[in-house]
Design a protein around this ligand. Structure first.
Ligand SMILES: [Zn+2]
Length: 86
């Protein structure tokens, strides 16, 4: 006997979806601000790896979070990526 699975990935059908990190309207799980910050954080990673001669993703996120120059959006994203969405 198998339990019925509810379709979870139908993003287009979910209206009024909220960002997972704030109360803004989300485009694909995240609002445009956090989505943009996520891209920036991800795009910067290879540069850090190169600059430090190797860096773990988790260590990178940790550095992003502790960097005083990191904006609030990026910090929240680093926290988010480090928790469940590597
Ligand atoms: Zn957001």
């Amino acid at each position: 006997m198998e339990a019925l699975r509810e379709p979870r990935m139908s993003r287009e059908e979910e209206e009024g979806m909220k960002c997972r990190l704030c109360e803004r309207e989300a485009v694909s799980g995240l609002c445009s601000y956090h989505e943009k910050a996520k891209e920036q954080v991800k795009n910067a990673y290879p540069r850090w790896v190169k600059a430090y001669g190797g860096m773990e993703w988790k260590d990178y996120l940790d550095s992003v979070k502790r960097n005083v120059q990191t904006g609030q959006w990026a910090k929240e994203i680093a926290e988010f990526l480090g928790s469940d969405n590597g």
